[in-house]
Write a protein that binds this ligand. Structure first.
Ligand SMILES: [Zn+2]
Length: 302
């Protein structure tokens, strides 16, 4: 028998991480006037009901990017905020006719292959509302009363990737914009690098801890912040691409170990993930060698 409900952890005062069956994390920040929900997971449970057990304040929902493990339950809500650049991803990422086979395929290392969790068809809940998607922009501020949460853009993992910094907990909520799954297929490497340099420069000034969309990656039960060293390793990796001296390797993605290996940049120290397939040096899966610089940009490595 496995765990059949998401786990809720308080990671700072009035700041809650919801671990959705080891796959992904989303967050609820409760202020004196309003609350804010950051990301809305994959769709194994009634998220609206769970939020109601955490707060009775009115709240906004903000989605860091348009992938199914971040936008998957958006149709449980009347409206969500998301960067318009990721709108083309939503018909796939948040489709409501989803069955358990698709969930297991998406989550093979988490739910499908991992004995801690137990998810059954009756738990699938993507919602069915005609959800309005409101634009999220760089610099938008969610005023919760006694705390303010500011949105920043960091295109790379997707074109519309955003992160949020909360001035009370001093936590940056970064979705997938600067974890080991960053990738950058559709965004120039130079642009990703500038975004990484900016978020690194905000460390210790605007935030002290960073939580990603997957801080309990691969089914672990513990709750850890993302080490700033991850961001610094990514900066090194992306710089090496622009400098023309990357250490290229071939690596299977931890989410899809049965797919052929991807061409990746190896950088930084050995990283231990709990799962066998996720061991190895730093990986930026899926970078685009044809898209190192923006068109017309001077080739000066930032
Ligand atoms: Zn993603």
């Amino acid at each position: 028998m496995g765990i059949r409900h998401p786990l809720v952890h308080e990671i700072a005062r009035d700041t809650y991480l919801i671990n959705e069956f080891g796959l992904c994390n989303h967050y609820v920040l409760v202020g004196s006037q309003r609350a804010l929900v950051i990301d809305c997971g994959m769709g194994y449970y009634d998220m609206v009901a769970l939020i109601a057990t955490i707060t009775d304040k009115p709240y906004d929902v903000v989605i860091t990017h348009g992938h199914p493990d971040h936008a998957g339950m958006m149709h449980q809500f009347d409206q969500v905020y998301m960067n318009e650049a990721d709108l083309p991803l939503l018909p796939w990422a948040a489709k409501t006719d989803f069955n358990l086979d698709e969930f297991v395929w998406n989550n093979r290392l988490h739910v499908g292959d991992w004995q801690v969790w137990e998810v059954t068809e009756d738990m699938v809940n993507r919602g069915h509302k005609d959800t309005q998607v409101l634009s999220l922009h760089e610099g938008d501020v969610f005023d919760l009363g006694n705390r303010k949460v500011t949105a920043y853009a960091l295109p790379g993992h997707t074109k519309g990737c955003m992160y949020l910094i909360d001035d009370m907990s001093r936590i940056a909520f970064t979705g997938d914009c600067c974890n080991y799954n960053l990738g950058s297929r559709d965004v120039a490497v130079s642009t990703v690098l500038r975004g990484l340099l900016r978020i690194e420069s905000q460390y210790g000034i605007l935030y002290d801890r960073m939580f990603t969309g997957h801080s309990t990656y691969c089914g672990t039960l513990d709750v850890k912040a993302n080490d700033i060293a991850v961001v610094r390793n990514l900066i090194g990796a992306y710089r090496s691409l622009l400098n023309g001296n990357p250490e290229i390797g071939w690596k299977r993605m931890q989410l899809f170990p049965d797919r052929p290996p991807h061409k990746v940049v190896l950088y930084g120290p050995e990283v231990q993930y709990p799962h066998e397939n996720a061991r190895g040096p730093m990986v930026c899966a899926g970078f685009n060698e044809e898209l190192l610089w923006e068109e017309g940009e001077e080739h000066i490595v930032p």
